[in-house]
Ligand binder design. Structure first.
Ligand code: ADP
Ligand code: MG
Length: 573
């Protein structure tokens, strides 16, 4: 429950501003996140971390000598946008390349991936290592699909120490991967967390129970078991962790007992005590442990245990000094150089002269603007329900993300530049403001729609066949970008039947209004039918069973928009 806030919509910015002001000697606010206030040694690797907000001290709190060079800060539990990641990386870059480190979530992969492409195109050696420490989120044979939780901190620390001592980007990347390979986490939740402004938690754990395998976005655990003593809990967590180890395990491990937001440190120490006993009994030597809140989930009541199986090179880097707002270790890091702060943020390129549309093209654009506004209205009305649906097995942010995206798209949509230009600007704005998987994919869809629609010509309308073909291409683009197939329980399961219905109707030459109404019906039925599917993609995948019986949030919001668009046309016939 958030007790101190202004407007929930400005919570993230307000908190980040306060954080930067409180740590003005350590960090500098840039558009999209923070970077160190002091410069990196010229030519060194910039380790740039990030993800959604709500996880403090991840991610802004670990920026400083010996750890990250910058942190990209998205909305609560929502991946930052590609633009944010790009700008923070630019500001952090010291000439030695940029290494992005973040937990393995679809939205982050899409947005950071775009930023990486953009940096590379500009000659910056940008790389990525995904963090996949959560053993509850996929079996060991599918380690690459696991999500990143408290192990984020470990990989940041190891890579940050390597960058600090002057390793080049090949080496920093290798060590980050190596650290991730040898880091495993398992957690437990006793109670859910509440978004700023919300009056109920994202999920609840039944009285007297605890939920093993929690995520850090309020995703509930994968199995509920009766609450036990700390000793029993330690036995359970350590038991599972000892069954999920790297091939060459060794017998020295860092142990992290991490609080998720509202468990007292004394309780964490009790758990650490019992975890140590279990590990000692298993012949494991505990090395330089950490107990505290390192990667949180708003005010979630929960804790996790991370084991980092050490070898000599990891142990050396783990022991290295660090000096960040939220985490200090060892002797002070050498005083920062007085050199001016690294690469300044690029000022946005001057806006190109705005093309003025022909009157016909402007009319097409105004028509589309009406449809986009209809989408905005339905999303505004449904945002809370979409959030609740996403909280069943995902992270509860789908309503917030869709609303931020469509609001930004409406604001950016300018009919004066014509249909394609206005749609492209709306797509960029959607991605930039919404972040998240759905933000990236909706932007992809709108961008492709814009490029596939016939260019401005002397006609003020689009034919059903042109529309069907453009929508089909947009859906292909979503499939390609997100890598999902039909049946994976994603928005694609509603989008594909919609596109198919449009194509079939266009061939049969029904008018555009009945065509869109029929297609919307097909999308709605398909979205409802996703209730019977198990998710194979995205944040809901680790909680597939829980998702059964509930439709997919992204498919549902798509069907709502399709229906609103059709209704708008019927009403404005
Ligand atoms: P996030 O998953 O980043 O929190 P949202 O909650 O806004 O983003 O969106 C979740 C929706 O995104 C899911 O309900 C699903 O429809 C869609 N989705 C997730 N992964 C994919 C994918 N790989 N391809 C297509 N759609 C996806
Ligand atoms: Mg979500």
């Amino acid at each position: 429950m958030t007790r101190i806030a202004n407007d929930p919509d400005t919570f993230v910015d307000d908190a980040l501003e306060g954080f930067a002001a409180a740590h003005a000697d350590a960090v500098r606010r840039v558009d999209g996140g923070v970077v160190r206030a002091t410069s990196l040694a010229p030519g060194s690797v910039a380790v740039v971390v990030g993800g959604g907000s709500g996880h403090y001290p991840a991610f802004a709190g670990v920026v400083g000598p010996g750890m990250a060079a910058g942190a990209v800060c998205g909305n609560i539990f929502t991946s930052p946008s590609a633009g944010q990641a790009y700008r923070v990386a630019r500001a952090a870059d010291a000439g030695g390349g940029v290494l992005f480190l973040f937990g393995n979530y679809a939205g982050d992969v899409l947005h950071f991936g775009d930023a990486q492409d953009r940096l590379r195109a500009e000659g910056v050696d940008a790389r990525t290592v995904l963090i996949t420490d959560d053993i509850a989120s996929a079996p060991i044979a599918e380690r690459a699909r696991r999500r990143g939780i408290a192990g984020d901190f470990v990989v940041f620390k190891i890579a940050g120490a390597a960058a600090e001592r002057g390793d080049d980007i090949d080496e920093v990347e290798r060590l980050a991967r190596h650290a991730n390979e040898r880091t495993r986490t398992l957690g437990v939740a006793f109670g859910g967390c509440t978004f700023p402004g919300a009056d109920a938690p994202l999920f609840t754990v039944p009285e007297g129970m605890m939920s093993i395998g929690l995520g850090i976005h309020g995703e509930p655990g994968i199995r509920d078991v009766p609450r036990t003593s700390s000793r029993e809990l330690a036995r359970m967590l350590v038991g599972d962790l000892l069954h999920d180890v790297p091939e060459t395990r060794g017998d020295r491990a860092v142990v992290i007992v991490n609080g998720l937001g509202s468990v007292s440190h004394e309780e964490l120490f009790v758990l650490f005590r019992d975890v140590s006993v279990e590990l000692r009994a298993a012949g494991v030597t505990v090395v330089q442990p950490e107990v505290g809140d390192l990667v949180t989930s708003l005010d979630m009541a929960g804790a996790s245990v991370t084991l980092v199986w050490l070898d000599d090179e990891l142990e050396l880097l783990w022991a290295a000094a660090a000096d960040t707002p939220a985490y200090r270790k060892g002797a002070a890091v050498p005083a920062p150089s007085s050199r001016a702060v690294a690469a300044p943020i690029e000022s946005p390129p001057a806006a190109p002269p705005r093309p003025v549309a022909t009157p016909d093209d402007r009319r097409r654009a105004e028509y589309a603007q009406g449809l986009l506004r209809a989408a905005q209205d339905v999303i505004t009305a449904a945002a809370a329900d979409l959030g609740a649906l996403d909280a069943v097995a995902g992270d509860g942010d789908h309503g917030v993300g869709m609303r931020a995206g469509v609001d930004a798209a409406v604001a950016a949509f300018d009919p004066e530049v014509g249909l394609r230009g206005a749609l492209t600007a709306a797509a960029d704005a959607w991605s930039e403001r919404a972040g998240g998987t759905s933000g990236a994919l909706w932007a992809t869809a709108l961008r492709r729609l814009a490029s596939e629609l016939p260019s401005a010509d002397e006609r003020s309308s689009v034919t059903p066949a042109e529309l069907a073909s453009a929508v089909g291409a947009a859906v292909d683009a979503v499939a390609e970008r997100g890598g999902a197939v039909i049946g994976d329980k994603t928005m694609l399961d509603a989008m594909r039947p919609y596109a198919d219905a449009l194509r079939a109707g266009a061939t049969a030459d029904v008018g555009i209004r009945p065509l869109l109404t029929d297609a919307a019906r097909a999308a709605t039925a398909a979205a409802e039918a996703t209730a019977g599917l198990r998710p194979a993609k995205g944040r809901a995948r680790p909680l597939a069973e829980r998702s059964l019986g509930h439709p997919d949030p992204g498919a549902t919001s798509f069907a709502l928009i399709a229906t609103a668009v059709a209704r708008h046309l019927e009403q404005n016939a």
